[in-house]
Structures are given as C-alpha cells and as structure tokens.
Ligand binder design. Sequence first.
Ligand SMILES: Cc1cc2nc3c(=O)[nH]c(=O)nc-3n(C[C@H](O)[C@H](O)[C@H](O)COP(=O)(O)OP(=O)(O)OC[C@H]3O[C@@H](n4cnc5c(N)ncnc54)[C@H](O)[C@@H]3O)c2cc1C
Ligand SMILES: *[C@@H]1O[C@H](CO)[C@@H](O)[C@H](O)[C@H]1NC(C)=O
Ligand SMILES: *[C@@H]1O[C@H](CO)[C@@H](O)[C@H](O)[C@H]1NC(C)=O
Ligand SMILES: CC(=O)N[C@H]1CO[C@H](CO)[C@@H](O)[C@@H]1O
Length: 739
Amino acid sequence: MALPAQPVSPKAAPLPPVPKVDPLTAAQWRTLLAIADTIIPDIRPASIADFQTHYVVSDNDHSTALTTLKGRFSGTTDALAKEYLQESASSDSQFRDAWHRLFGLLMPQQAKRELTVVLNLLDTRAGALLLTGYMTPFSAQPFHVRESILHSWQTARIPAIRGLYRSLTMLTKQTWTRTSPTLRKVIGVPRTPMNMIPGKGFDYAFLQFPAGEVPETIETDVVIIGSGCGGGVCAKNLAEAGHKVIVVDNGYHWTPDHFPMEESVGWNNLFMNQSFIASDDSSMSVLCGETWGGGGTVNWSASLQTQGYVRREWAAAGLPFFTSAEYQESLDRVCDRMGVSTDYIKHNVTNLKLLEGARRLGYTHKVVPQNTGGKQHWCGYCNFGCGSCEKQGPVVSFLPDAARAGATFIEGFHAEKIIFSHKKGTKVATGVLGTWTSRDANGGIIGDRLVRRKVIIKAKRVIVSGGTMQSPLLLLRSGLSNYHIGRNLYLHPVSVLGAIHPDDVEPWDGPILTAVVSEYENLDGKGHGVKLEAVNMAPSTGLLFVPWRNGLDYKLECSRMRNMAGYISMARDRDTGRVYPDPVDGRVRVQYTASKFDRRHITEGLIALAKTQYAAGATEIYTTIPNLPSFVRSADSPAEGINDAKFQAWLEQIRSSQLPPADNIFASAHQMGTCRMSATPKAGVVDPKGQVWGTQGLFVADASVFPSASGVNPMVTNMAISDYISRGIAKGLEERPRL
Ligand SMILES: Cc1cc2nc3c(=O)[nH]c(=O)nc-3n(C[C@H](O)[C@H](O)[C@H](O)COP(=O)(O)OP(=O)(O)OC[C@H]3O[C@@H](n4cnc5c(N)ncnc54)[C@H](O)[C@@H]3O)c2cc1C
Ligand SMILES: *[C@@H]1O[C@H](CO)[C@@H](O)[C@H](O)[C@H]1NC(C)=O
Ligand SMILES: *[C@@H]1O[C@H](CO)[C@@H](O)[C@H](O)[C@H]1NC(C)=O
Ligand SMILES: CC(=O)N[C@H]1CO[C@H](CO)[C@@H](O)[C@@H]1O
C-alpha cells in the first residue's frame, strides 16, 4: 500500500527567523547536541561505522533493522530505511533552529541557567567526573560511553539527575518527532486527513491602527478580551442583543487553508509558549491554545455536558444556578449552535478498541458527542486546526454570528491592564489598555511588523475571557489583590498508556476522541476519580510517550506507530495548584504537582486502561513509568483473560509505582478554576453573575470561573457558563447602561 493521494496541500505557515543572539556558547552547543545525538543517533553497520560518533550495530543487525522497517510500512524503501537509521537529532537544521528558539525564547531564565551550569560542568574534567564518573568531557566520549552515562542518569539516586535525564530525553523526543524529515515517511502518516475537503472559513475583517506615539482611543459598549470558547459565546450573545462589541486576542487568525498545520510549525503558531507550559517542578506539561479562537481552534471536539454530581457539588457551594433549569438551557443552547451530537460519529480503531475492551469487561462507557455541525467529521488532525471547518469552534460558529450582528475584532492585541474609575470606594471598569502589533508587509507574522501601537478601548463593560492561565494574570496586572486570583488551579492531570495491536490502527486517522469509559470516575465517593479516553496521535504527541531505552530501540518502536493506540487516564483532581507571573518577565508560571490522592486515581485508571487493551487483543502494552518494561503478551493467549497471572503481576507493578512526580510525565489540556466563582467575596474571585468581587462592570467568562474541576472535558461547561454570564451582562446593560 502506498501513501494515499494527497489532493490537499495546506498553505505554508513558516516560523520567524531564529533570534540573532545565540543563546549558548559553541562549547555548550557541542555538549548539548552530543546528548541529543546519543538519544537520536546516527546508526551504522560496523563495516562503515566510526565508533566515536556512531551507534554501531553489526552488519547483520543493521540489515535486520532495515528489514524490520520495510516490513512495518510498505511505502518504506531500502534507501528511506537507511536514511532514517542514519538521521541523528542534530543532522537536520530544523532541529537545531528549534532548539535555538527553545533556549533563546521559551525556556524560563532560571531553567536555562541551571541547564548551562550542567553543560559547563560536563565540559570540564572535574565536572565530568562528578556527573559521569569519567574525567573526559562528555562530548569527547565515544558513543557507547555517552549512552551508558545517560542510562546511569536515568536510575541515579539523586532526583535532580533523574530530572535532568527526563528533561533532556523529553526535549529531544519532542523536537525530533516534530522536525524529522524521515519519521513521518517511515510510519506512513499522510500530510492531511484522508479525503479532507477544504472548507470555506468566515471572512474576518480586523481593525487596523495607524502608527503613533500616543495611545489610540476607541469606544464600544463591551470589550471582550480573548476569542476562545468563553469569549466567542459572550461576543455572539451581546452583539445579538444589540450592543457594540469588540473582541480582542493576543493571537492571530489563520485562514482554514493553512489547516491542519504541519507539526513542525503548528505547535509554534497555535499554542501558548509554542507548545506547552512546564510546571515549576517540570512534572506537568500544560497545553493551551493561543491563537484566534483560543483553545477552540485546537481542541478535539469532545462535547460533554456537565454531569449531575459536579453540578450538585457546585450548587451545594452556594451556587444554585448549576442545578437550575436555566443552566440546562445554557448547555443546550451552546450545544445546539455547534450541532453537538453522537448521530454522525464513526469511531476509528483507537476509540473502537476502548469501547470494545470496556464492553468485554462490563465497564460503564459511552460515546462522546462531537461539535461537528451535523456532519461526520473524519479527521484526526484538528489539534493543528481544522481545515474542513466541520469542527464548530468559535472561529466558525460563535464569532461569525457575532460579526453578522455587528461585532468588530482586533487580532494581535495584548491586553495589559484594565482601566478603572473609582466610585465611593468601588472600582468601576471603564476599559482596557493594550498593545496592538500589526502584521508584516506580506500579511504574515514572521517579518518586521509595520506598526506597534498602544490602544485604549473604552467600554461600559469589560469581559475577561483570556483563559485559566492568563485571566488571573491580567487581573493582577490591573492592581486587583484578591487572595484567590490565580489559586485553585485544576488541571485534570493525565498519564498516557500505549497499546500495540496486531492489526492496523493508524491512530492519526478518524475522529480523535469519541469514547469515554467512566467506570472509575468516582473512586472516593465524592466525585473524584478518572475518565479513560483516547489521545491525539500525531507523531509529535503519540511518540513522546514511547519509552526510550536506546536510540535503535526508540527508532524501531516509533516505526510501529501505525499499530499503536494511545489513551489517557484523566483525573478529576481534588487538589490544586496555582498560576502566577514570573518575577522577571511576567510570563505565566505554574505551580502544580499531582497530589498523592490524585495520583492514586490516575494509577487505577492506567490499570483499567491496560485491562481494556488486553481484553481488546493488544499484544503489547506500555506506560511512561520509568524502568517498567512493556507488558508483552504470550502467544498462547490464555482463556482466563485479564486474570492472566503474568499480566496481573505487571499491573501490580504499576500499582506499586504510584507515579512519583519526580520521574513521571503528566500532561493537561484542561485548565480551570483560577478565578473561581463563589457565593461570598471571601471564597473566590467572581460572584454568581461572573462579576469580579469588589468591582463593577468587570466580568470573567471562561474556564477560570469553574468552582472546581468539571470532571468532563471543559469546553461545553465553559460555554454554558459564559452563555449565562453574558446574558446577565446584556440585561444589566439595558437596566443601567452607565455604571
Ligand atoms: C489540544 C487541546 C485539546 C482540547 N480538547 C478538548 C475537547 O475535546 N473537549 C473539551 O471540552 N475541551 C478540550 N480542550 C479544552 C478547551 O479547549 C479549553 O478548556 C477551552 O478552550 C478554554 O476556553 P477559555 O475560554 O477558558 O480560554 P481559551 O479558549 O484558551 O481562550 C483564551 C484566549 O484569550 C487570549 N488571551 C489570553 N490573554 C490575553 C491578553 N492578555 N490579551 C489578549 N488576548 C489574550 C488567548 O490568546 C486565547 O486565544 C482542549 C484543549 C487543548 C489545548
Ligand atoms: C516553554 O516550552 C519549553 C519547551 O518547548 C520548555 O522548556 C519551557 O520550560 C517552557 N516555558 C515555560 C515558561 O513553561
Ligand atoms: C472546540 O472548541 C470550540 C469552541 O472554541 C467548540 O465549538 C468546539 O465544539 C470544541 N470542540 C471540541 C471537540 O472540543
Ligand atoms: C486507518 C483506519 O483504520 N481507519 C479506520 C478507523 O475506523 C473505521 C471503522 O469505524 C475504519 O473504517 C477505518 O478504516
């Protein structure tokens, strides 16, 4: 089978040139790239290898590896297989450029300082002795010694050294799986979803401003900061109620002919911090969309309504709205607008294996509705934008509705602070001050920008919809000091489980998330537990979690991706963290470590996921738990099913690990709670109508107002709350236009 025909080729979305200042010295680069090339090495047969630089295998093993690769995907030729084995991390300039950006722009100063200390040490005799046990600088070591040093770091007694191992292997995998010129060819992943028919997007017009020294001032009834799920719904409701609305967003609009973006650029163009935010202890990677449409442009279409036990918990906290008919109306209204339904779903193999495994074990499971406007949406690529426009994100649904009702939009606008006037000791919001950055002369965002201008937007009401990571920072920058701002951060922490199936899975194909197993959603009797779902399987997400044992093994494992299914055990977390501004540059920082309580639930979820995969016929199952070998099923699959003693023993190893945060990899695409809604001013940031306690005219409408974790994927809950809050604001504007 060859690659399917590719009628669609989305437009390029190139990245800006790398920063002019080199973030590292030549010696630091040498050491760093020597580490990367140990993780992703140039693999050669002994007859032509150089033992200093190459991963050397016998000629026989080399030809076995080539045969294996060719057997995995029929499109792989001998030449391609050789090229793949010979590719080292640093052999491609895209990899080096990506690391230049990473160390120059993305990594917080402190983390970079710590890393350069390590790199400098590895380049001296005394330092190398300390960290490697040898007097020779790391980069001067022959390949096999470098590899054994990495292995010793993986099992080091000192947690900081294990942390170093985890960070360096993750960063190398993360970058290589995005930029490798051969990886996708060897797996046989098509550039776009099969049979994708490009959609016609809404024709957005964005306000432009001339250059100028003094701030430009404009006026409106309502300004909404953030075009994501919360902001989009507010814009529609308020514009349709007859008010003048301006929506601003930091991010820029990409027309759908750019979607889905290539993995090498999609992360940079569409996500906050060009991929993820790392928690301070680096145990958690937090993913959020930062583009026109926010998280709605990159989310996976799972459209679940808030469950009864969560609604009752919130009502019991003094917020009876959540058990009212009004809330249900809001849920139904937003779902209707997006065409949320299960009627059109055709599951792909990954979701089918989850459903079938659950069925064979008698686990509670169901189909997850999608917001695809009454269409069958056969696409696993929406993580990098939806090219067909079938996914009804805010950019194709709520925001066009708002535009048709007269709303106007500003892209590239960074809101710096809310402006207040003071009335009898109360702060009354009167607008927002921000910086607008235009596009470049070619209409793109990589060249020199034509204009940077301060803009003041005066408004009768200000709605902050910047999302859970950014909304609290904006409130803090504006001088608000409520203790709860930025606290009560819930993340729905997840851990990943992978399964290899004998038949083709092609996990990138078909809708990403259409099934959920909820058997273990209430493990403490108070609504905390896990949901089991499929995970997006672009190579740069799915292969991050494949364990690294050595460079050859990792490359061969990656080439099995077409037989891989990937799942998450996702906790409704009881325990929280916080977001706060970096003291040096003001960027968002995250303090969050999955608690023992929540990790116990994630662990039980992993065990249940492993069972579903065993029951569904997986031949091999793996986790991200370090040093836990994959479970390989014996050929004579016994009739006792999951009671298989060998399997049970392996599950016990998962249970006894309990995922210590220093060694494990957790991720989150669901951020909630940092401006939580409360019945009294002492208990949260916004009142039951979404107005910030102690202010007038200032509202928050996004996932940050959740009183606690939603348990389900948060988009629909967020939209329903935003629907209610914005209807209240419209009513308030009629009753009291001027505060
Ligand atoms: C990869 C991924 C997959 C997901 N899949 C699902 C799913 O299948 N189902 C589901 O229910 N949920 C999913 N989610 C979660 C869901 O997308 C988010 O919960 C939701 O988008 C949050 O909406 P929000 O309104 O809080 O903020 P966002 O949608 O994040 O929007 C905030 C916007 O505000 C802008 N902004 C922030 N600060 C400023 C500022 N100072 N000035 C100007 N603009 C600013 C940002 O650029 C951003 O566009 C997913 C998330 C991710 C990242
Ligand atoms: C930004 O992402 C990079 C990885 O791409 C990571 O190393 C860095 O810590 C992140 N920055 C923050 C503030 O989380
Ligand atoms: C993604 O978010 C948009 C809103 O931004 C929403 O309309 C859509 O239903 C979401 N889809 C998924 C799958 O999360
Ligand atoms: C690539 C692949 O196998 N895709 C499958 C996803 O699942 C459906 C069944 O619902 C198959 O028809 C596809 O072939």
